[in-house]
Design a protein around this ligand. Structure first.
Ligand SMILES: *[C@@H]1O[C@H](CO)[C@@H](O)[C@H](O)[C@H]1NC(C)=O
Ligand SMILES: *[C@@H]1O[C@H](CO)[C@@H](O)[C@H](O)[C@H]1NC(C)=O
Ligand SMILES: *[C@@H]1O[C@H](CO)[C@@H](O)[C@H](O)[C@H]1NC(C)=O
Ligand SMILES: *[C@@H]1O[C@H](CO)[C@@H](O)[C@H](O)[C@H]1NC(C)=O
Ligand SMILES: *[C@@H]1O[C@H](CO)[C@@H](O)[C@H](O)[C@H]1NC(C)=O
Ligand SMILES: *[C@@H]1O[C@H](CO)[C@@H](O)[C@H](O)[C@H]1NC(C)=O
Ligand SMILES: *[C@@H]1O[C@H](CO)[C@@H](O)[C@H](O)[C@H]1NC(C)=O
Ligand SMILES: *[C@@H]1O[C@H](CO)[C@@H](O)[C@H](O)[C@H]1NC(C)=O
Ligand SMILES: *[C@@H]1O[C@H](CO)[C@@H](O)[C@H](O)[C@H]1NC(C)=O
Ligand SMILES: *[C@@H]1O[C@H](CO)[C@@H](O)[C@H](O)[C@H]1NC(C)=O
Length: 296
């Protein structure tokens, strides 16, 4: 086939209309099919999740999540106005029992996922790693088990992560240190063991850090002093030992600190007294002594 130079086409106006029409039609067809298939992927991902729910006592999803209506009108589902894709899924406090299906990883525009206070069990499927827009993950108060996935480190936009009150085991993955936007990390009430990784203190935006009621051991890293925006620190009921690092006195925005029920020893750093925002402090059930400089 001989390629017609552009200048030749321009010189023959009679050839233009059908050529343009064909181009327009092809473009429109591509847009139509892309749009159709995208929302279809979201719909089948949500239907797969529905099929993994074994108990829905209030029939929240049973009748409402019906293919006769748009997924964007389904209870707990929010779509973006621009792409008309699922951006948020909120199934919190619905008393649902089930597992988290791998197809959830196909909701590629999902940025908010809140399923706290249900009875989801099983481990988190690796397919969730595809959800690169994720900003907000709340799995609190379920029965999810397995290790905290190291691939959480891929959610570079994540601001809030709560795994509070589940059955997670193993260590805190050092990849969480990649979450440079993280403001809230709540891992309390699991069976997490090992040390608090130093990399965690690369998360400079952290305001709320709660690791209480686990089996963490080792010392509180001195790098904790790097979290200069921290407002609440809860490390109670673990097996932490050694001294409280004096760098804690750098955390001038700290409002609440709870290090109770650990094996901490030595003197309480006197510079804790410099923390003028501090209103709640619980250091009970440790082997701490009060610094003599408090008397001066
Ligand atoms: C599903 O629930 C939403 C939110 O409560 C409601 O607006 C919608 O009408 C319901 N759809 C059906 C088919 O019941
Ligand atoms: C989900 O819904 C609950 C109850 O309506 C609300 O408290 C919570 O903030 C919502 N989660 C998100 C991420 O908007
Ligand atoms: C969705 O996810 C599942 C499992 O991760 C996969 O097998 C399937 O091909 C994906 N795509 C669509 C369009 O459902
Ligand atoms: C956890 O969820 C259950 C209901 O599933 C509720 O009764 C309980 O109060 C919740 N616990 C916390 C600490 O929120
Ligand atoms: C995250 O951090 C680890 C080391 O903590 C690094 O090896 C990895 O390349 C980083 N990136 C991702 C996307 O996890
Ligand atoms: C903590 O801050 C110091 C001084 O700014 C820096 O050298 C160190 O790398 C930081 N540590 C982490 C884990 O971010
Ligand atoms: C800590 O966890 C244990 C079970 O591992 C539970 O019995 C206890 O109530 C929890 N304490 C708090 C304060 O949540
Ligand atoms: C500190 O945390 C422990 C659990 O680790 C809890 O029992 C206690 O009530 C907390 N103290 C305060 C003042 O909240
Ligand atoms: C403190 O250390 C002792 C001795 O190693 C150990 O028996 C005890 O269980 C520890 N307590 C806590 C709360 O970690
Ligand atoms: C944090 O506190 C320590 C000890 O109190 C001090 O030596 C250090 O310079 C402080 N670091 C920063 C980054 O402010």
């Amino acid at each position: 086939m001989r390629l017609t130079p552009i200048s030749n086409l321009m010189a023959k106006p009679s050839f233009l209309p059908p050529f343009m029409f064909g181009l327009l039609f092809a473009t429109f067809g591509v847009i139509l099919s892309a749009k159709y298939s995208s929302i279809t992927v979201d719909q089948s991902a949500l239907l797969a999740l529905k099929s993994h729910i074994t108990h829905d006592p209030h029939n929240f999803l049973a009748t409402n999540w019906s293919t006769s209506t748009s997924v964007c009108s389904w209870i707990g589902v929010t779509c973006g106005s621009r792409h008309h894709r699922v951006t948020a899924l909120n199934l919190s406090s619905m008393d649902l029992t089930g597992t988290i299906s791998s197809q959830l990883g196909n909701l590629s525009f999902l940025a908010w996922l809140d399923i706290h206070q249900n009875s989801f069990h099983g481990s988190l499927p690796i397919e969730l790693t595809n959800l690169r827009r994720m900003k907000y993950l709340d799995f609190a108060n379920n029965s999810i088990n397995g290790e905290i996935p190291s691939w959480f480190g891929c959610f570079s936009k994540l601001q809030r992560l709560s795994l509070y009150l589940n059955n997670f085991i193993g260590v805190i993955p050092s990849t969480l240190g990649n979450l440079s936007k993280l403001e809230m990390l709540s891992l309390g009430g699991n069976q997490i063991s090992g040390r608090i990784p130093n990399s965690l203190f690369k998360c400079k935006e952290l305001k709320f850090l709660s690791l209480f009621n686990n089996s963490l051991d080792g010392r509180i890293p001195t790098e904790i002093g790097n979290l200069t925006l921290l407002e609440a620190l809860s490390l109670g009921s673990n097996h932490l030992e050694g001294e409280i690092p004096s760098t804690i006195g750098n955390l001038t925005t700290l409002e609440a600190i709870n290090l109770s029920v650990n094996n901490l020893s030595g003197e309480i750093p006197s510079n804790i007294g410099n923390l003028i925002s501090l209103t709640d402090i619980d250091l009970s059930d440790n082997y701490l002594t009060v610094s003599s400089s408090y008397n001066s």
